[in-house]
Ligand binder design. Structure first.
Ligand code: AMP
Ligand code: FES
Ligand code: ZN
Length: 348
């Protein structure tokens, strides 16, 4: 298998015991969350069980105790999953970056009884990539979950920092395109037809705002938490965390002892996608609930996509493509051209 550098053993999947229902007199099954306990007064009550609330949820105009928070979180994700055309017997390949979102998505799907396998793409970013893979490895080891790692350099011949250096431009959108393409190709190679990604409510709302502000209406069709396959070589893509906020995922990870990578990608500083999320954070702070209203209203009113643009086969790699060459082959051709000596340099 080209590019595969590590495969964990097949696990015997164990489903952890269900959490006890929250209750006033019940001892919490979760460790205390110091940073959150200070934000609510000692008399604050959980809206569900009336026990001591330690987690403020302004966008829901509610406060939760840790047990009821986890219940809320699981219910929100299950509500999303019910809208997808998948069942608990659908094998799911979870794209795991080592960040909080994809690890939380993997955890919840595993706890709900889905047969999951992780797929991590090593990007070759010094320090960040090692730490990311280690976060995935630790998570999988602790839960005896199977995963596989592929290196972008082994698959394409270039690491992300090399592409960044050669292209001399912001790398995030290129990196995003390569990750999307590779996730699709590798998941088919691994025998899956549905891939899970960790995008959350903030990601989706930020992307929606960006597409509207820039008048990119052609992308709005693809802005959906479940993207069905439209070609035999395209996997379906689902986003089980689209109903929960980044902040809620952070809390969930802390309560579930999930330890995501703590570093941010050093190449993504200043990415424009961050600006749209910050704009929504500003609105959310002043008008709690804005972010979810914005996204959910869009999704509710969204018209079914018109028939998809027809694909042709990339003349170099055979993958589905809108043009003669797919976006990966286009980029690789450009990078290889840069490696060739300039005619004027010969003999100098
Ligand atoms: P990002 O575009 O970095 O916000 O990532 C969005 C989602 O893509 C993550 O939640 C993961 O599901 C997936 N993803 C990102 N980076 C990787 C990676 N290196 N390997 C596998 N999946 C990834
Ligand atoms: Fe892609 Fe940082 S993860 S540029
Ligand atoms: Zn191609």
């Amino acid at each position: 298998m080209p590019g595969a550098v590590r495969v964990a053993p097949e696990p015997c999947v164990t489903i952890p015991p269900k959490l006890p229902p929250g209750g006033k007199t019940q001892k919490s099954s979760h460790p205390p969350m110091k940073s959150l306990e200070t934000t609510l007064p000692p008399g604050a009550k959980c809206v569900r069980c009336k026990g001591r609330a330690t987690i403020p949820m302004p966008s829901h105009n509610a406060n939760f105790c840790p047990d009821c928070f986890v219940k809320y979180f699981e219910t929100a994700v299950e509500r999303g999953l019910k809208k997808f055309p998948i069942s608990s017997s659908t094998p799911l390949l979870v794209a795991v970056s080592g960040g909080k979102d994809s690890l939380a998505a993997w955890n919840i799907l595993h706890e709900l009884g889905y047969a999951t396998r992780g797929l991590h793409i090593r990007l070759g970013i010094e320090g960040f990539s090692e730490a990311s893979a280690e976060a995935v490895a630790a998570f999988a080891r602790e839960r005896s979950l199977p995963w596989v790692e592929h290196s972008i350099e082994a698959v394409l011949g270039f690491s992300i920092p090399t592409i960044h250096r050669k292209m001399r431009r912001k790398i995030c959108s290129l990196c995003g395109m390569l990750k999307r393409q590779l996730l699709n190709r590798l998941s088919i190679q691994e025998g899956y037809d549905t891939v899970v990604v960790g995008h959350n409510l903030d990601d989706e709302a930020g992307r929606l705002l960006g597409n509207i502000v820039r008048n990119r209406h052609q992308y709005l069709d693809k802005q959906t938490p479940f993207l069905p396959s439209t070609h035999p070589r395209l996997t379906a893509k689902c986003k089980p965390l689209y109903r929960v906020e980044a902040r809620e995922i952070r809390i969930y990870c802390s309560l579930k002892s999930i330890r995501p990578v703590e570093l941010n990608c050093p190449l993504s500083r200043g990415a424009t996608s961050h600006r749209f999320k910050e704009a929504l954070d500003f609105l959310e702070e002043n008008m709690p609930g804005t972010k979810r209203d914005f996204l959910f209203t869009f999704l509710k009113r969204r018209k079914p996509s018109p028939s998809p643009r027809p694909f042709q086969d990339c003349t170099l790699c055979g993958e589905p493509s809108y043009g003669e060459l797919c976006s990966v082959c286009n980029l690789l051709a450009l990078l290889r051209k840069m490696d060739q000596p300039h005619p004027g340099d010969v003999g100098s």
